[in-house]
Design a protein. Structure first.
Length: 230
């Protein structure tokens, strides 16, 4: 049968099986290579680079709360006060800013049993560096300038006291309305003005602030200066 076929057919069909298999492998490899080049050369979408972590701005750092839970809070915002008098633990105490006299008394262990502190304004905001006297008259200021010389009559020979103003130095930050009223040239109205100024401004840090109280001029301030302290 094979001999009857034309010569060109016999030449084309006369390949060995191994040769056919090699040709098939070559064709498959060529098709795979062409497919790889086509796939790798296709257009691909371009994505913008992802932003990496950057340093926070100064404003963001300032807004981060610290260990106290308040933005920008620090130990420098505390107030240091000296609590003396009839308390269980007198001494210097450090309290958070915005604390009141009541907080300072509590930090000092509270008022001792039997002691009275009715004249103490416990709702007043604390001033850094002040001294709080509990249950006792405020101490006299060691550096207070001497008062004006007495112009009244000299004391009688029998030993009476001269008719002068109050001799005790009054603390502007803890004095009651009655104590301020007893100062020379101060009545109940001016005494209330002093208390209102004290509450609105967080207390007195210098007796010169009395000049800012409504109703106290230079002459009246000169009379008050020897009798008051912050």
């Amino acid at each position: 049968m094979r001999e009857r076929l034309p010569v060109w057919i016999r030449l084309r069909c006369g390949l060995e099986p191994g040769t056919c298999a090699a040709l098939v492998l070559v064709l498959v490899a060529g098709v795979a290579l062409a497919a790889y080049h086509f796939w790798s050369g296709r257009p691909q979408p371009v994505h913008p680079p992802e932003a990496r972590g950057s340093a926070p701005s100064p404003a963001a750092e300032a807004a981060v709360p610290d260990a106290a839970g308040e933005p920008g809070a620090s130990a420098a915002a505390d107030v240091v006060v000296d609590v003396v008098g009839k308390v269980r633990e007198p001494g210097v105490h450090r309290l958070p800013a915005g604390s009141r006299v009541e907080d300072a008394v509590r930090a000092a262990g509270g008022v001792r049993p039997g002691a009275e502190a009715d004249g103490l304004n416990r709702a007043r905001p604390l001033v850094d560096g002040e001294q709080i006297v509990v249950g006792e008259p405020p101490p006299a200021a060691s550096g207070a300038p001497p008062g004006p010389p007495a112009t009244g009559p000299s004391p009688p020979a029998g030993g009476g006291s001269p008719a002068t103003g109050p001799s005790a130095v009054v603390s502007l930050n803890s004095a009651t309305l009655e104590q301020l009223d007893a100062l020379p040239g101060i009545g109940p109205v001016l005494a209330q003005h002093i208390i209102d100024f004290r509450d609105q401004n967080g207390g007195f840090t210098d007796i010169e602030q009395l000049r800012d109280v409504n109703g106290i001029g230079d002459s009246r301030f000169a009379d008050l200066r020897p009798h008051v302290q912050p």
